[in-house]
Design a binder for this molecule. Structure first.
Ligand SMILES: CC(C)(COP(=O)(O)OP(=O)(O)OC[C@H]1O[C@@H](n2cnc3c(N)ncnc32)[C@H](O)[C@@H]1OP(=O)(O)O)[C@@H](O)C(=O)NCCC(=O)NCCS
Length: 295
């Protein structure tokens, strides 16, 4: 007798639609997937030299993550509050949290080697966070995300669902890495090893940022954002079957370009555009040297 693989079980339950909600095996299959995601052995996308982008999307894993939302019932996950009515401080009404029972916040132990500095951060079940990762409060890491060794997730940073973050990445304060759960075959946002995403950067819609690239504070990248590479005199864009890809070592800063026709020109308007001003050099390394001592 052959044992049905986890992939086949997930696909079968996902195809069953709403019927999956009452089937105990669909919950069991989801919990197995979730454990694999948290251990980092299963990923929604992974490096694949044979793929044109260097990354392969595991659509079945993304379907499994969606299955978890289908099979989970809403649950009161409130925690004790210390807002005692009429007093300065003391046990009081609970602080309300309500979510799918399949996606509670993850718990960590000191042995996991992950630092979660106190103060309002949350890592959702189904996210992988490697040893040596530091999470400054408040930050949020969503289901299906993968955050590799030595990465810093700074205050107000978001790692969206299924986003893949490499080793020694610095996600600066308020960096927003968007989530891509649907469509299931769409590539999530990928930030490769040693990238610095400056403060208030936003990377969305499956954009891939190659290793050692630097996004200066305030840079925004989406599928629809053309990126002007003034070093190589070229414009980088996403296509129907390829996301926007920021090349290895590129230093991208927020810029603007004039509207050259019509009413926009008449009014002297310009639009935001990211510009690759240079490729990483010694000065960049110096500018991006971070507080290793804090890690
Ligand atoms: C990109 C960055 C790393 C600088 O890198 P660098 O290699 O030292 O860059 P340089 O100073 O050589 O600048 C190269 C060119 O880009 C321009 N530039 C640099 N940073 C820029 C920025 N943030 N916005 C617009 N232009 C910028 C410079 O003016 C220069 O152009 P010029 O030669 O025409 O004057 C730095 O600007 C940055 O954004 N760091 C991130 C800061 C941050 O968010 N920290 C968060 C801590 S929580």
């Amino acid at each position: 007798m052959t044992t049905e693989t986890l992939e086949a079980r997930i696909e079968r339950h996902f195809a069953a639609g709403s019927a999956a909600a009452g089937d105990p095996d669909s919950l069991a299959a989801f919990l197995e997937l979730r454990a694999g995601l948290e251990a980092g052995t299963l990923r929604s996308a992974e490096p694949d030299a044979a793929s044109p982008t260097g990354w392969r999307v595991n659509a079945w894993v993304k379907r499994g993550i969606l299955l978890g939302f289908r099979v989970g019932q809403l649950k009161d996950m409130s925690v004790a509050g210390y807002n005692k009515p009429g007093a300065l401080y003391g046990p009081g009404p609970q602080i309300s949290f309500v979510d799918k029972a399949t996606y509670p916040a993850r718990r960590f132990a000191a042995e996991d080697g992950v630092r979660i500095v106190p103060g309002g951060s949350s890592v959702r079940s189904g996210a992988f966070v490697s040893r040596g990762v530091v999470i400054m409060p408040p930050a949020y890491i969503n289901a299906g995300a993968y955050v590799d060794e030595g990465t810093m997730v700074d205050s107000h940073a978001l790692v969206g669902s299924c986003a893949q973050i490499g080793k020694r990445v610095h996600l600066s304060a308020a960096a927003q890495i968007g989530g891509v759960l649907e469509p299931v075959n769409a590539s999530p946002v990928i930030i490769e090893d040693d990238v610095l995403a400056g403060g208030n950067t936003g990377v969305y819609e499956g954009t891939i940022v190659r290793r050692r690239a630097v996004l200066a504070a305030g840079t925004m990248l989406t599928r629809g954002t053309p990126v002007y590479d003034v070093v190589n005199a070229t414009v980088l864009r996403a296509t129907a079957d390829r996301p926007l890809i920021i090349p290895e070592g590129a230093v991208v800063v927020p810029g603007s370009r004039a509207i050259t026709s019509g009413y926009g020109k008449q009014m002297g308007l310009s639009v935001y555009t990211p510009v690759i001003v240079k490729y990483r050099d010694e000065k960049t390394d110096l500018s991006t040297t971070l507080e290793d001592v804090l890690r």
